[in-house]
Design a protein around this ligand. Structure first.
Ligand SMILES: [Fe+2]
Length: 297
């Protein structure tokens, strides 16, 4: 049986609700000024076409790896939740937050409450990190790397507690014979991001994967399709980044796209993963096939 997984990220939903003056202090002020530029990059009509195309493929599960919002204004949270509902029932949609969703310290409480339907483990109603959702033979593990940072920084962090629970989940789900798919916003390898934009405990993550393994890791943040392979006990784990789901300008790898994976069990804890990039066809506003996810063979 084939399980179809869709992965999209970084839609940066707009337009921004009008901020109150008192909301525009510190990091939000620089972020608001930055948004004037960003607003022209992210096209909500293209995003809606992309989601329609994804739904037409009837994915068994949708993974959304963060930056659904922009500067963490209180009014952005309900808008983000409304948009997440357009992807499907929360049972079929998993979300992990990005740096723009955990923008300032006051965002964290909103984040935990607003996104609980998409960030809770099976049988629970509250956000937990990491969370585990099992669908068929697939274990979806969601991590949060979204932490508030100072102005001009976009880094992330997992923290030791979350990493320890993550390691235990990887072992538990492997023992159950499940295919382990890990979702995280920041690219979780050392070369994955420029200084100030990366995961601060990235070395610990790499070591953890080397020891406990995983079958697939997906991330956002860089707004482009990119594949890296992390070593793990005699094999490698594909780590795949996706373009922003709403970006219109830029090079072909940066323009609006999502990834569609077809996963087939091969027995004895092995799976085949067929990945395809679907997004803006060159020179058009149509969504179509842009070729396979470039896994190393
Ligand atoms: Fe990001």
């Amino acid at each position: 049986m084939t399980f179809v997984l869709a992965h999209l990220s970084d839609p940066h939903i707009g337009p921004l609700p009008k901020p109150r003056v008192r909301d525009l202090v510190g990091k939000r002020l620089t972020g608001y000024l930055n948004w004037q530029r960003r607003d022209k990059i992210h096209d909500m009509d293209v995003l809606s076409r992309l989601v329609d195309d994804m739904q037409a493929h009837r994915p068994d599960h949708v993974m959304m790896t963060g930056d659904v919002m922009n500067i963490g204004l209180p009014a952005e949270f309900p808008a983000a939740a409304r948009w997440l509902r357009t992807l499907g029932e929360p049972h079929g949609v998993s979300f992990v937050p990005g740096n723009h969703d955990a923008y300032v310290r006051s965002s964290l409480q909103h984040l935990i409450q607003t996104f609980a339907p998409w960030t809770s483990s099976d049988g629970e109603h509250e956000t937990s990190w990491p969370y585990l959702r099992v669908r068929g033979e697939v274990a979806l593990i969601g991590l949060t790397s979204g932490v508030p940072t100072g102005p001009f920084l976009a880094s992330g962090r997992l923290g030791k507690d979350q990493r320890d629970r993550f390691a235990a989940l990887l072992d538990e789900t492997r023992a159950r014979g499940l295919m382990r798919v890990v979702m995280i916003h920041h690219p979780p390898y050392r070369l994955g991001a420029t200084p100030g934009r990366g995961l601060s405990d990235v070395r610990a993550f790499e070591k953890l994967i080397a020891r406990h393994g995983a079958e697939l890791v997906v991330h956002g943040h860089n707004h482009r399709t990119q594949v890296f392979h992390l070593p793990a006990a005699g094999t490698t784990v594909p780590v795949v980044g996706v373009a922003s789901a709403s970006a219109v300008p830029g090079t072909p790898r940066h323009r609006a796209a999502y990834h569609l994976y077809r996963i087939t069990a091969k027995g004895k804890g092995k799976w085949s993963i067929d990945g395809h990039v679907r997004g803006l066809l060159p020179g058009t506003r149509e969504i179509g096939d842009l070729g396979p996810v470039p896994f190393k063979v």
